[in-house]
Ligand binder design. Structure first.
Ligand code: ZN
Length: 265
């Protein structure tokens, strides 16, 4: 596998019009530049060296055409821990699960599953596997359709399903990896918390975001990601270990009957 510290080619942004005018004008120019850039790709072969993000971007992505995940160095930071190393539970939940596990799963979500190992749109699944997979993804669509994000506005389970699948499998992937650490095996308590408590709380910690109701409403209508709050409670409500860790009972708000808990990967 290729490793790259920096992009092979830096994008030439010199034609992007940025001026000391207004923020909105600059944002529009940047959008316009990116739209033109993407339109220019039409009919050409895939550039497998392209980076869709800058090294200093706090984000990560999966690109089905390249069969790759891209995690800019900036994303290997735990908020609040810029100068010290967080404990394993936090590293494995936020970076292991929320970033690497999440991005890898995109290769096997409702969209990523349609691309073969060369990155081409080509159905490589048996009918039986597809049927089983889509029975499970239907459950996660229904789960998220049931969440009210703001006022009476529900999350769109169909629109957000790829991200919700990636979140759920990501948390589990990080958790399975965390089980191999010494901190987990020795059941080390830190600040009075067990490894399991720290792992799941750590995952939630990574999503502490403040948004105005208008921002949440706009996200629900236009974004493939569920609002941060539901990126935490959604997947965690599907994981039986969470119930055991926090002693969640059938009368609790975060309870989901066992037969409704989604497990895809
Ligand atoms: Zn994602």
């Amino acid at each position: 596998m290729d490793e790259h510290r920096d992009p092979d080619h830096w994008k030439d942004l010199s034609s992007m019009e940025i001026a000391h005018s207004t923020y909105v004008r600059n944002a529009m120019s940047a959008n316009e530049w990116h739209t033109r850039y993407n339109l220019a790709k039409f009919g050409k072969s895939v550039d497998r060296t392209e980076w869709d993000m800058q090294p200093q971007t706090y984000n990560a992505y999966y690109n089905p055409s390249n069969n790759e995940i891209c995690v800019p160095g900036c994303n290997i930071i735990v908020p609040g821990y810029e100068r010290v190393m967080a404990d394993d539970a936090i590293l494995y939940s936020i970076i292991g699960g929320g970033t690497f596990g999440h991005e890898i799963t995109h290769g096997f979500d409702d969209q990523g599953c349609q691309y073969d190992e060369q990155g081409n749109l080509n159905n490589w699944w048996t009918n039986e596997d597809s049927t089983k997979f889509f029975t499970k993804t239907k459950m996660i669509v229904e789960q998220f359709n049931g969440y009210t994000a703001v006022d009476s506005l529900h999350i769109n389970g169909e629109q957000t399903q790829g991200e919700n699948i990636a979140d759920l499998a990501g948390v589990m992937m990080g958790y399975e990896s965390f089980k191999n650490t010494r901190q987990f095996k020795e059941e080390q308590r830190i600040a009075g918390l067990t490894p399991d408590e720290r792992y799941f709380l750590g995952y939630a910690f990574g999503w502490m975001i403040n948004m105005r109701p208008e921002g949440i409403a706009s996200q629900v209508k236009s974004d493939v990601h569920s609002p941060a709050q539901f990126r935490v409670i959604g997947p965690l409500m599907d994981i039986s270990e969470v119930y055991a860790t926090f002693g969640i009972k059938s009368t609790d708000t975060m309870y989901r009957p066992e037969n409704m808990r989604v497990k895809i990967w």
